[in-house]
Write a protein that binds this ligand. Sequence first.
Ligand SMILES: N[C@@H](CCC(=O)N[C@@H](CS)C(=O)NCC(=O)O)C(=O)O
Length: 225
Amino acid sequence: MAAGDDLKLLGVWASPFVSRVKLALSFKGLSFENVEEDLGNKSKLLLSSNPVHKKVPVLLHNGKPICDSVVIVQYIDEAFSGTGPSLLSSDPHERAIARFWAAYIDDKLIVAWRQAFSSMTEEDKSEGTKQMFAALDTLEGALRECSKGQGYFGGESVGLVDVSLGSLLSWLKASAVHSGIKIFDPVKTPLLAAWVERFSELDGAKAALPDVDRLVEFAKTRKLL
Ligand SMILES: N[C@@H](CCC(=O)N[C@@H](CS)C(=O)NCC(=O)O)C(=O)O
């Protein structure tokens, strides 16, 4: 990180999208100022930095805002290419594949997980649960292909897909505690289950991810699960 580089993250502690940025910064070994937003009373800085969506996370790099978690993770990797490990491959095809799976996680897994745990009707919940397990099954195949026998979607070290999926882990674990549903089943998805253990033990993940018990309490008070 060049002397004088200033990184400020606008976020909320419980947001998996904010965790994504914290994971990327943590794996790259970059220090930053964490600014906790109140989403019921958004700061002027948030509204002016992300006038289109008005959402967190926003990363300010020397005052310049970057919005949307996956865009921010890729920005961090490019802007600080000389610092810490690379989160994206130098190979364009591998980069494209990683972006594909990062989009899949947002478009399929997160949508199904929300439906499974936050729907009003049992029928919708059950359909969401079915879709969530189908998405996890697909991601088991993606991990097999992308890891090439190593521990992560990024190969021997974490990459964009690991950060994208890893950012959801505390919430997925909280949903499992709350519902009793085993989300990462070593029998159904053995590679993913082993990946969860491996990823959760990384210092960078421990530093960046919210505490599961705190999330369970938060979700209960807000009736989120
Ligand atoms: N696609 C966005 C999603 C960000 C998002 O949904 N952020 C939520 C917090 S988890 C937010 O700021 N919500 C405030 C609002 O919708 O007004 C990303 O990946 O950054």
